[in-house]
Ligand binder design. Structure first.
Ligand code: PCA
Length: 159
């Protein structure tokens, strides 16, 4: 039997961001918010492409410790997310170490703030070299001061 998987989201899938509704849509599977957290290592989180898409570049030691949310997901949701993130072409699903800031999922043996846990993340090693020149962020917001507002899939000419 498939055990629930844990996925760290740092971009448009976070609460309040344009693709979060996809995680809350039961037609895609199950997802439950477990914790707010940040990566143990720093990574460059950049905004790139003509659609202003956030990417966590798989280069530990550069950029910032990135903030995001950990979700528990079932197999159906994990498959959906792999499809939605065009894994393994656009993003690769890798494991990342996270420090828990606040655990919000219920249960008895919840990790305390400061605990280190591991989860999947959609990061990329297939970035364009010029993306390394882009500003890096620690807490992505599609409507941030950067002015690079995310262009939703349904608003693109090629989807
Ligand atoms: N969606 C995934 C990767 C980047 C994005 O926009 C996420 O939020 O983690």
């Amino acid at each position: 039997m498939f055990k629930m998987a844990q996925v760290f989201v740092y971009g448009t899938l976070k609460s309040g961001q344009p693709n979060n509704y996809r995680m809350l849509d039961a037609a895609n599977g199950k997802a439950k918010l477990l914790a707010r957290s940040r990566t143990v290592d720093s990574y460059p989180l950049v905004i790139a492409t003509q659609y202003n898409v956030p990417f966590l570049l798989n280069i530990p030691g550069k950029g910032h410790r990135v903030q995001g949310e950990i979700y528990s997901v079932d197999e159906k949701m994990l498959n959906f997310l792999d499809w939605f993130e065009r894994c393994p072409h656009q993003y690769q699903r890798t494991l990342v170490k996270l420090e828990v800031d606040e655990w919000v999922g219920e249960g008895e043996n919840n990790p305390k703030a400061g605990s280190i846990v591991e989860a999947f993340v959609y990061s990329t090693t297939t970035y364009k070299p010029e993306w390394l020149q882009n500003p890096t962020y620690e807490n992505y917001n599609y409507k941030g001061d950067h002015g690079l507002e995310y262009i939703r899939r349904e608003d693109r000419s090629t989807k």
